[in-house]
Design a protein around this ligand. Structure first.
Ligand code: ARG
Length: 457
């Protein structure tokens, strides 16, 4: 290494401007564990293949294990003279074992090295996200079972539309999050390809055993093209998309919690543990967790846009622009995973006002469709039934009452098909009637919750 501790100083005579050093420094401090694991696998393979002396390989491996311990104990200070995590680790190794450290970088470039580290880091984040999603989905299943028969108004256009159950509504989020989990697992498949051996871009002129390195590091396959392997960051964009999509889903739930907690809806009371107050208005209890989750969806969309913009038009193979990738995926993971965790803790603590939700479920002519269906079952074409019930709604509106408060004669006048049992249409009968797969009938909701639970178990 040069006097400045650089790994590439040989052809340089001038020192680096302080601003250049600062400007080019990596954001990869937290990735030491992956880089060390990758280097140990690489050194072991180099020794096994006789590319470096076995004794040097052993010294490198033992040294890296010590370096790992030092990182764990926080004993490796960040040195701005050293460019990135790769050079920090190599410098720490050299301090420990001296000259054999110089053989570690045989048949390797930082370009395939950083591709490896990125893939290991994103793979771990995919696993963390999938696990956090699983926990949240299980919480939702449990709540859905508890509220499988509790009615609430279902909305379209933020207008009361038809009664649904709270359990059914919550399971809608369960479905979204299940897709999100699948996306992380799917992303992981493409992440889990081992790039080491690609060198700077053209491959390495040594008899490497790439499969051995892949096996040791838990990869399913090795990359097939060294240029692509060093230039590819699709997996970062995919990961950022999976994070953004998930947080967008959470933002919709967050928005509903915020609305439900308002005195206009008053469907839910926020537990103190997940609310904050106002410094000026003593009565306030704000849904800040939900608001921040909603707001942070914006940040995740930003991370996705950022990585795509970085990749757009970038010529092959490695360019330093790619160093920015870490900022995007690390921020995405650090935003999403705590969001999933806090929601898994908060949802069971929400205090639903089930009586009020039940009452609201039947208001606002929410049973109009069911009355139209009543006529359809007696033989009337649906379009005609729609018009008949539309007339009844108009009548109820002018009297300022609900549909089931209209006298039976009004129904009879609207159609001779009406019998007194039309007044027996209730929220409960409307829910029970939707007894098909995917429907809101309590029995189906329980069934769907069970199915979702097995899908993530
Ligand atoms: N710190 C760099 C990154 O994160 C490592 C690779 C640098 N390679 C190079 N040839 N300058 O992308």
């Amino acid at each position: 290494m040069s006097a400045e501790g650089r790994t590439w100083g040989g052809r340089f005579t001038g020192g680096m401007h302080e601003l250049t050093r600062e400007y080019t420094a990596g954001m990869d401090r937290d990735l030491w564990e992956f880089d060390i694991a990758g280097s140990i696998a690489h050194a072991r393979m180099l020794g096994r293949q006789g590319i470096i002396p076995a004794a040097d390989a052993d010294a490198i491996i033992a040294g890296l294990e010590t370096v790992r311990e030092k990182f764990r104990r926080g004993e490796i200070p960040w040195n701005p003279e050293l460019e990135d995590i790769h050079t920090h680790i190599e410098a720490a190794l050299r301090d420990l074992i001296g000259d054999p450290a110089g053989r570690l970088h045989t048949a390797r470039s930082r370009n395939d090295q950083v591709a490896l580290v990125n893939r290991m880091a994103v793979r771990a984040l995919c696993d963390d996200a999938a696990a956090a999603l699983r926990e949240l989905i299980l919480v939702i299943c449990e709540l859905a079972e508890r509220h499988a028969a509790d009615p609430m108004p279902g909305y379209t256009h933020v207008q009361r539309a038809q009664p649904i159950t709270l359990g059914h509504h919550l399971l809608a989020y369960g479905e979204m999050l299940l897709r999100d989990r699948d996306r992380f697992l799917d992303c992981r498949r493409r992440v889990n390809v081992m790039p080491l051996g690609s060198g700077a871009l053209a491959g390495a002129p040594y008899p490497l055993d790439r499969e051995m390195v892949a096996r040791e590091l838990g990869f399913d396959a090795i990359s097939r093209n060294s240029i692509d392997a060093t230039a590819d960051r699709d997996f970062v964009a995919e990961f950022c998309f999976a994070c953004a999509m998930t947080q967008v889903h959470i933002s919709r739930l967050a928005e509903e919690i915020i609305l439900w907690a308002s005195s206009e809806y008053a469907f839910v009371r926020l537990p103190d543990a997940f609310a904050t107050g106002s410094s000026i208005m003593p009565q306030k209890k704000n849904a800040d967790v939900a608001e921040l989750a909603r707001g942070r969806a914006g940040r995740l969309i930003g991370e996705l846009t950022g990585i795509l913009a970085t990749l757009k038009g970038l010529p092959l193979a490695y360019n330093r622009d790619l160093q920015e990738d870490k900022a995007y995926y690390l921020a995405a993971g650090r935003t999403l995973i705590p969001t999933l965790q806090v929601f898994a803790a908060m949802l069971p603590a929400l205090q639903f006002d089930l009586a009020r939700m039940h009452e609201a479920a039947g208001q606002g002519y929410a049973l109009a469709t069911d009355i139209a269906d009543y006529l359809v079952k007696k033989g009337m074409p649906f379009r005609q039934a729609h018009a008949v019930v539309g007339g009844l709604v108009r009548e109820a509106e002018s009297r300022g009452c609900e549909l089931n408060e209209l006298p039976f004669e009004v129904y009879r006048a609207a159609s001779p098909l009406f019998e007194p049992d039309v007044l027996a249409i209730t929220v409960e009968s409307a829910l029970d009637a939707r007894d098909i797969p995917g429907g809101t009938a309590p029995r189906r909701v329980r069934e769907a919750a069970r199915e979702l639970r097995t899908l993530v178990s």
